[in-house]
Design a protein around this ligand. Structure first.
Ligand SMILES: [Zn+2]
Length: 96
């Protein structure tokens, strides 16, 4: 993800800060989300469950929604999709 969408990843890192920096910088990009379409980006193999959603807020604005795979105690296992909701231009790498 950080190679394809450096600005988006750095904004998410800024929003969460410290302990999650590596997690976000190491996210892999699996293509445009088949369930939601652009601007939703897959960060886990298709079919990974995503029962939880959290908002990414930066400077008082919601920039993205993170779809999360969580375990029974609600601990995050995987970030499954990142849906960008602030209308930024992603460059649409998979646009037909
Ligand atoms: Zn999605």
């Amino acid at each position: 993800m950080a190679d394809v969408f450096p600005e988006l990843v750095s904004d998410i890192v800024r929003a969460f800060g410290g302990p999650f920096t590596d997690t976000f910088q190491q996210l892999l990009f699996y293509g445009v989300c088949p369930s939601h379409g652009l601007p939703c980006l897959m960060t886990a193999p298709p079919g990974t469950p995503c029962p939880a959603i959290t908002e990414v807020e930066l400077d008082g604005e919601t920039i993205a929604l993170l779809y999360l795979d969580v375990d029974a105690s609600q601990s995050v296992r995987t970030i499954t999709h990142v849906e960008v909701v602030d209308g930024r231009d992603l460059g649409a790498p998979d646009r037909p």
